[in-house]
Design a protein around this ligand. Structure first.
Ligand code: IVH
Length: 674
């Protein structure tokens, strides 16, 4: 019993941890496959011990998120999911009960973000995400920025037409986008699906990234297709294409289930040639009248099923194990592989996570190993082919000294990571810290990316981050930096005077960035921009942070004990206090009562009515203004939101009449959260 309990608690912690890495940080450490396995194990344990289950845990919440950044859209016809099968037997069982001729339309399953588009008389009028299937987010404005979403259809039917499909990022765009992110010191997206979702669900202020990054769409479903005289799914796809809506070419009409099985196996290998990620095939009955007859369960249709392909795996050899040193000194082993094709690309490196993982899988240099693409892009070693061992393989041990600075490596008890302890002057840590410092959520110093940071350090120009503010124009000239050309290809350049001047002025400007950016930029372990926002909001200035006890820090809502410890320790270290004083002398912002994160309310007009329970109306108004919005006293057509407190009256009636969106206090609070 206790074992169960222990494992259950462990699973809650693990899943919470990995969900945060995946959803909030765009930096998963394990593959989707492994994450699914943890969730599956959790569900099984919960079923066996319902009394111990945490009913409010994230795995019990259905479907995707519905963010307060967007207005909600109620789907007139729910957006369902699909049941999965994993082999031909399961596929045959799925369709066994339908006693009729079975024709199928087989399509590839696009790994993107499901959306619904509404056209009125051929004009695109509304688009929404799937959300939880019943309620999605209104992303009309953002969808309009996708080039392949037609704003007007060819020879469209009169009246309302609702079509559904998948927004995606092509592999080509995905690689380019990640290249740029890495150069800028931002976390790369884990996979194209994450990238597409993160890009589409942008606030109005930031929606330029949709055009910059480039999204695409494929449609595959017409709501009430029969209304348009369509009776087959295969005809629906042709009809969509004729209207000018993008439809993938990877689909076929299959007369029998065995033809469908051939489609599945043919595309299992062909799919690597596609320019977008697919994670299975969707087998649909072709006859739409049958769809209506056999219907759906609450979450998935009975007329279609997804055949999920197992992650592709190939064998190759480990030539070497290299070590990279991260911003906080953590050593990450990376396997250098004999190049091999996997999932459409040439693979030469695989992440090995940490020493424990290498020991657990008994991975040795020279081993033949099976590798697979984890979260789509970063390959990982699945297992060693021990039968291929010759005796020449070398057992790997973590180095005792840092490969970048030769300092001692330590392993803190209870942690899996090995770390270089030379926080103050390890060039590898300094480079990563500098990139982070200069990144957008930090001091946002444009031009100071990966290459220039490396070049600065290699040339011995700086010993700590603060030193970049002491450099003169001449120090920058001649260093290497990279530029992206029009095709997002990286070109290496030497810094010329003009570029040096521009960096100097960027540095000067960075001194007046909001206090929260400085706290983020310091790179305190566990503290990203969200936690930095909470700290700034609570303490208001740097001295209050420096003098805070660990208890006070951990009493802040949203700051757990791990973050609190890390913040406390950071401000105990002399080198960090010296750096802060250096910034203080240079005139950086050392406080700020309220946090300006972004102008998320740019152009939005708020009206408040009734009494709010968590703050005064003045305070609420301040929040709106801090996010770039305006506050007005009267409702008009221009009002974006009416926030209704407990007592409400004529304003509410007027807002309803004018179709102004009405928010509860809680909805408003969600919008002003970090
Ligand atoms: S048909 C009633 N066809 O996969 C649901 N779905 O895992 C009809 N998907 O929610 C869905 N490619 O977002 C269909 N060719 C395709 C698809 C596809 C991707 C998505 C869709 C669905 C999810 C289920």
């Amino acid at each position: 019993m206790n074992d169960f309990k222990e494992r259950l608690n462990e699973l809650y912690k693990l899943i919470e941890h990995h969900a945060k890495l995946y959803y909030d940080d765009d930096a998963p450490e394990i593959s989707d496959f492994e994450y699914d396995a943890l969730v599956k194990e959790l569900k099984e344990l919960e079923q066996a011990h319902p009394d111990l289950a945490r009913k409010d845990f994230l795995t019990h919440k259905v479907g995707g998120q519905v963010s307060e950044l967007f207005a909600k859209v109620q789907h007139e016809t729910p957006m369902l999911s699909l049941d999965n099968v994993f082999n031909n037997q399961e596929l045959e069982n799925f369709f066994a009960r339908i006693e009729r001729d079975k024709n199928f339309t087989c399509e590839m399953k696009i790994d993107g973000l499901a959306v619904s588009l509404v056209y009125e008389d051929g004009i695109f009028v509304k688009g929404a995400t799937r959300g939880n299937g019943q309620t999605g987010e209104d992303v009309t404005a953002n969808l309009k920025l996708i080039e392949s979403v037609p704003k007007k259809l060819n020879n469209a039917p009169a009246g309302r037409l609702e079509v559904r499909g998948e927004v995606l990022m092509t592999l080509e765009r995905f690689r380019a986008v990640n290249q740029v992110r890495e150069e800028r010191g931002e976390n790369p997206f884990a996979n194209p699906r994450n990238a597409a979702a993160g890009t589409l669900r942008q606030s109005e202020k930031n929606n330029h990234v949709i055009t910059e990054r480039g999204l695409d769409i494929f449609l595959y479903y017409i709501v009430d297709a029969q209304k348009f005289g369509i009776t087959k799914q295969s005809d629906a796809l042709k009809w969509l294409a004729a209207l000018g809506l993008p439809v993938q070419t990877a689909w076929e009409f299959c007369e029998t289930l065995s033809d469908a099985e051939n489609f599945i196996s043919k595309w299992q290998t062909q799919r690597e040639k596609l320019n977008y990620v697919t994670d299975g095939a969707v087998i649909k009955l072709d006859d739409l009248t049958q769809w209506q007859e056999i219907g759906a369960t609450s979450h998935a249709p009975r007329w279609a099923v997804a055949f999920k392909y197992p992650p592709e795996e190939v064998k190759t050899k480990i030539l070497e194990i290299q070590i990279s040193v991260g911003r906080t000194g953590v050593l990450t082993p990376v396997a250098v592989l004999e190049p091999v094709r996997l999932g459409g690309t040439q693979v030469q490196r695989a992440g090995l996570h940490n020493a424990d993982e290498i020991a657990r899988k008994d991975i040795r240099v020279g081993d033949v190993v099976k590798v697979r693409k984890a979260a789509e892009i970063i390959p990982e070693v699945v297992e060693v082919d021990k039968s291929a061992r010759t005796g020449e393989e070398k057992i790997f041990t973590m180095p005792e000294r840092c490969p970048a600075c030769n300092s001692l490596i330590i392993k803190i008890p209870g942690e899996v990571a090995h770390r270089c302890i030379n926080r103050a002057s390890c060039p590898a840590q300094l480079k990563e810290s500098l990139k982070y410092f200069a990144s957008r959520d930090g001091m946002n110093i444009k031009g100071l990316g990966n290459t220039l940071a490396a070049s600065l350090i290699k040339a011995g120009k700086i010993k700590n981050i603060g030193d970049i503010y002491k450099l003169k124009i001449e120090d920058w000239i001649g260093l290497e930096w990279t530029k992206l050309n029009k095709d997002d290809k990286i070109i290496i350049r030497k810094v010329q005077r003009k570029m040096a001047e521009s960096i100097m002025s960027e540095l000067e400007n960075s001194k007046s960035r909001p206090f929260v950016n400085l706290i983020t930029a310091l790179g305190i372990r566990e503290v990203g921009k969200n936690a930095a926002g909470l700290l700034v909001e609570h303490f208001g200035n740097v001295d209050a942070m420096i003098n805070a006890t660990e208890e006070e820090i951990s009493s802040i809502e949203g700051i757990g004990p791990v973050i609190a410890r890390s913040v406390f320790e950071f401000f105990q270290m002399k080198e960090n206090l010296d750096l802060i004083n250096q910034f203080r002398e240079m005139g950086f912002q050392m406080g700020g009562a309220v946090v300006v994160h972004e102008n998320r309310f740019d152009g939005k007009i708020f009206v408040f009515t009734g009494t709010l329970s968590s703050m005064t109306r003045e305070e609420a108004g301040e929040k709106v203004k801090n996010f770039g919005g305006k506050v007005s006293n009267a409702i008009s057509k221009k009002t974006s939101y009416l926030v209704a407190g407990d007592k409400t009256g004529s304003k509410l009636i007027k807002a309803e009449k004018l179709g102004v969106k009405i928010l509860s206090e809680q909805e408003f609070l969600n919008m002003i959260k970090f």
